[in-house]
Ligand binder design. Structure first.
Ligand code: ADP
Ligand code: CDP
Length: 236
């Protein structure tokens, strides 16, 4: 593997050029942040945990017909991906109410959404990732209305696949955030899908097994991440 110049260093991952112009090398670091970077720590093994889980989930999504940027793992914290032109949107799918939807609207925590709710946020830390609607997405030139429909349909497919998978290992997929990017004429699923970007509850208990353990100091976050990871890898 040739790891080239750093293209971008975000809150939890470092993106480097590779020897191929259309491929990037993503390193998952041990950094964990919450509340727009207001809370920060380093947790040993967190990068490997999230990288492994992301790679696994991209794999089952590809098997189900969802196209992703994932190429292969180079080592336990390093992923080779297709270089995307990222669309600055956070596409969030919610099966149950938690987090911002409970803070902003009169839903009680745990309320079931049937059908699931899809929310789009504009990815811009300086603006605190405000919620964005379809017309603003089009006005900003990010996607056409037709592309928005395709992205939302893809996000719902991701939800169906992941929800069924987690159900099989005793976890409830409460919500998750994904990002998409352009690759030539296609739009692919990019970034990561990990305990940092999903809410997972122990089935039947609402016990957090994700970044909420860190956000709200609910216990040992690495123990939760390791448990999820072990159950995922024990499932195959
Ligand atoms: P943040 O930008 O939120 O601090 P990260 O530390 O996770 O987050 O940084 C990863 C960055 O890489 C994100 O901005 C994400 O949009 C971007 N990214 C993810 N996958 C790809 C890809 N395949 N091609 C280009 N950029 C990507
Ligand atoms: O964290 P908060 O309650 O503010 O956000 P949310 O809108 O309730 O988050 C919904 C889901 O998206 C959760 O699983 C978050 O972990 C995830 N998310 C993320 O991964 N990155 C963000 N910038 C915002 C949300």
């Amino acid at each position: 593997m040739t790891q080239g110049e750093i293209l971008y260093s975000g809150k939890a991952k470092t993106i480097c050029l590779s020897e191929k112009p259309d491929e990037l090398i993503v390193s998952f670091r041990d950094d964990i942040t919450a509340f727009d970077g207001g809370k920060k720590d380093q947790l040993q093994g967190k990068g490997a945990s999230n990288a492994g889980v992301s790679a696994f989930l991209f794999g089952i999504l590809e098997e189900s017909g969802v196209q992703t940027h994932f190429i292969r793992m180079e080592d336990p914290v390093t992923m080779r991906v297709k270089k995307l032109s990222m669309i600055p949107l956070e596409v969030i799918v919610r099966n149950r109410a938690a987090g911002s939807i409970v803070r902003n609207y009169p839903f009680t925590e745990g309320h079931y959404f049937d059908p699931p709710v899809v929310v789009t946020d504009y990815k811009d830390d300086t603006r605190h990732d405000p919620m964005i609607n379809d017309d603003i997405i089009v006005a900003l030139g990010l996607l056409t209305h037709e592309e928005i429909a395709r992205v939302k349909a893809s996000a719902l497919k991701v939800n169906l696949v992941l929800k069924a998978f987690f159900d099989g290992i005793g976890l409830e997929l409460v919500d998750f955030k994904i990002e998409y990017g352009r690759y030539g004429n296609t739009i692919l699923l990019g970034d990561e899908i990990s305990m940092d970007s999903m809410r997972l509850w122990e089935k039947g208990t609402m016990k957090s097994m994700d970044k909420d353990v860190y956000r709200f100091e609910k216990g040992d976050v690495m123990e939760a991440y390791r448990t999820v990871s072990a159950r995922i890898f024990g499932s195959r």
